[in-house]
Design a protein around this ligand. Structure first.
Ligand SMILES: [Zn+2]
Length: 249
């Protein structure tokens, strides 16, 4: 069976300031975005890439207005594909921002694959990024509910036949993408290296546009060039058109 990637909405966030997504562009504008959980199917076992936010703490803890229908709960969304959460043996976190890893615990039999340097940074982020990593006074980061499942790795590695981790630092120190060799093409689940198609397609001034949140802009530029060298189709992390298309195969 050939590999495929399915994009499932696991919640939506409203009213984000556009320059937070598209570097120094879109002042005064806001955008609503989906939170997306990806499922790679067709191999020995399904692989889940990113698990979304804990929507119950979105407003009080993070000041972000979010919605999540019952069907968008990650375990319910997964079952819509005929997959039980306990069948999942590998969860990948593209990075450790709270809106990508807060439901890892819903996959009790999975090891959670993350870059070691990302895990190190998540435990001790720079002060201005603490909130992004769910480091909030008086609360335990949601991802730590599955802390014993964390399985850190270093560098670009093949996770399964046709599924490769690709380090893409810049947005965070250990951001990574997942390259999937499907029958119809090779797809890169890009994480927040590429939030929107607008980031990838760029504008009159630049071939690509980095995110507004980053820890290393030079590394981010190199990561975008690395993606170019992969000759793949890029799947952004928060573009509503990804959810609308849903299946990449
Ligand atoms: Zn992020």
């Amino acid at each position: 069976m050939a590999l495929s990637v399915t994009a499932l909405s696991v919640g939506r966030a409203f009213g984000l300031n556009l320059p937070c997504l598209t570097y120094m562009r879109g002042w005064g504008s806001t955008i609503d975005i989906p939170l997306i959980m990806f499922v790679v199917e067709g191999g020995d076992a399904p692989i889940v890439v990113d698990t979304g936010a804990d929507v119950t703490r979105a407003w009080d803890t993070h000041g972000i207005r979010m919605e999540q229908t019952v069907d968008e709960q990650p375990d319910v969304a997964l079952r819509s594909l005929g997959i039980e959460p306990d069948e999942v043996q590998i969860v990948v976190n593209t990075h450790m921002h709270w809106d990508h890893n807060s439901n890892n615990h819903l996959f009790p039999n999975a090891r959670v694959v993350v870059q070691q340097r990302e895990l190190d940074f998540a435990r001790n982020p720079v002060p201005w990024h603490r909130m992004l990593f769910d480091v909030v006074p008086g609360l335990r980061p949601a991802w730590q509910q599955a802390e014993e499942q964390m399985s850190p790795v270093d560098g670009d590695i093949e996770l399964a036949p046709g599924v490769t981790l690709v380090t893409l630092p810049g947005h965070t120190p250990g951001s990574q993408g997942v390259l999937v060799e499907a029958a119809g093409g090779r797809y890169l689940i890009a994480g927040d290296c590429v939030y929107l198609y607008d980031n990838w397609h760029g504008d009159d001034d630049a071939d690509h546009i980095p995110p507004g949140y980053y820890t290393d802009l030079i590394a981010h530029d190199q990561s975008l060039h690395k993606i170019e060298s992969l000759a793949c189709e890029v799947i952004p992390s928060h573009d509503s058109r990804v959810v609308e298309r849903k299946i990449f195969k």
